[in-house]
Write a protein that binds this ligand. Sequence first.
Ligand code: BDP
Length: 663
Amino acid sequence: MNRKLILLFIALWVITSFSKADDGSRLWLKYDNNGKTTEVKLPRKSPTLTIATNELEKGWQGAPVELKLQKNKNLKPDGYTITLKNGKYILSSPTEVGLLYATYHLIRSQQTGESMTEVTENPAYSMRMLNHWDNLDGSVERGYSGKSLWQWEELPEVVSPRYEEYARANASIGINGVVLNNVNASPEILSTEYLKKVQRLADLFRPYGIQTFLSVNFASPMAIGGLETADPQDIEVQKWWKDKAKEIYTLIPDFGGFLVKANSEGQPGPCDYNRTHAEGANMLADAVKPYKGTVMWRAFVYDPSDADRAKQAYLEFQPLDGEFRDNVIIQIKNGPVDFQPREPYSPLFGALPQTDEMVEFQVTQEYLGHANHLAYLAPMWTEFFEFVPPTSLDAIAGVANIGTDTNWTGHPFGQANWYAYGRLAWNPKLGSDIIADEWLKQTFTTNEAFVTPVKKMMLDSREAVVNYMMPLGLHHLFAWGHHYGPEPWCDIEGARPDWMPSYYHRATTKGIGFDRSHTGSNATAQYPDSLRALYDNVATCPDELLLWFHHVPWTHTMQSGRTVWDELCYRYSEGVNQARELQKTWDEMQPYVDEDTFLEVQSKLKQQTRDAMWWRDGCLLYFQEFSGLPIPSDLERPIYDLEDMKKFSIDIDNHTNAPHGYK
Ligand code: BDP
């Protein structure tokens, strides 16, 4: 072999081994080792500014940079400006963390090829929260990417390097508050032993501008305090919480506060003592008030005895407006039921004019294919903001999709949802396409031959999931237990009716859908007038929400001109076609991504398409038993039998709830 050829082989070997090397662990922050030193001028030395300097030294290749701490009446505390003056970038902010955000902005613009002109940025919310549903035993409720990041048994002595990597990733997208533990909270988290572990994490997160919060169990005074009651009116109970707050703030002076799930799905709460949610929340709010702490009180409540689960949060919370302390924020899921692929927005938003409200999105894909399906969720969240103006909210939360998996999120594209959530928490007006563009360019390549088609995949993916799982406003057709596959037929004796799919789809030989109009549960009356009228009238209700708000005959004509039955068939088929399109596009992307990622995504897309067919066949064959109508002749026929579908089940891993394959 001649020398040139040998060199060529070596070069190819280096390139291929490099292209194989991407295990996804570096997320969208792939800018180390450029080998160029940057001149960075600092106003002073501090842990936060050291992080900013390190980032610039690692990644910035442009003009010299100066960081300036400066008051500016146009800037909120975390806001910043970037200007290019005399060949130098001036990053200015009233706070150090604002300068860190400016640093990440500067580097991002370099990675994405965005031209840097004058920039002024202010976050929409001062609290941009990431909620972990992590249990102290290392499992993650509805987590599909390994175990909990928090190695409780090793803390506080041993500190995993991933804690700082995690904090860095959050800071790079502006997330500034984390709730470490599950809303179904173990009282143990408030024990002195655990608080010392929490303190260690809080110390690590602080320089990244991240405040630490905890989910608390309302009955903690009984469980770990030895009291006989958790009644919020009891003096001893109040004292217990005040003492506990004092202990926490001694360890963590900037502790953020508490997140509370009370009187929901079996969790204890003030209603156990005939007290209201306001009385419960206020007691905790008073305990953290001296330290400027916040209580985020969840409105995710429902009771099997009530006529319509979708109405409950409004019914319980709206009458309490004005009764909450000013350091209480009511945390409301985006939709009135539960993180379904498509829901109308929760009418509780806007119904509490005298109370602070925040939205809770679910970044983890509990109801959108776990870590197996590519479902880019920014379009779902921006859809919410079309109805609930971002300015009407006081804070924002997302339920994390992060775990111990090397690539953090299981599905490589799950990272995009973490990224998108952070970016929208900073600026809810950003378009889904812009965020996808940014993420793709930083994570993979700026090559448009890759970015354009893959961005389309991402933007189409959520609607694909809606179509193959639950089109036309159908919801909660999920299998008992794992919320992954379809079980519209599920009927478990003695189980809560509002945990059964039939409670939601109400299919009979006469028709399908939940009548929430004035002739039914009248949930439509909870919406502001214009929307109430639109949703209440079967003729004007948008097709995509028809079966959420109406029970209609199978032959009812939709706005599309098709009958409900035909439209259902078309939408399910469309969902499968869309999943196939995702596969096709991805197959052409091989030249642009490292081999491991390419193969992993390819295999997950195969599973997604298989699941889409499972959903289509399961749901259509089941509903056909009621409609008695044929599948339109131009559509693909089911390939399974209903009886087989009913036997189909999946193994769920004990710790991660992740499906491992079909039985
Ligand atoms: C549901 C989840 C359940 C959570 C609950 C919640 O299935 O695991 O505990 O939400 O938000 O979607 O509290």
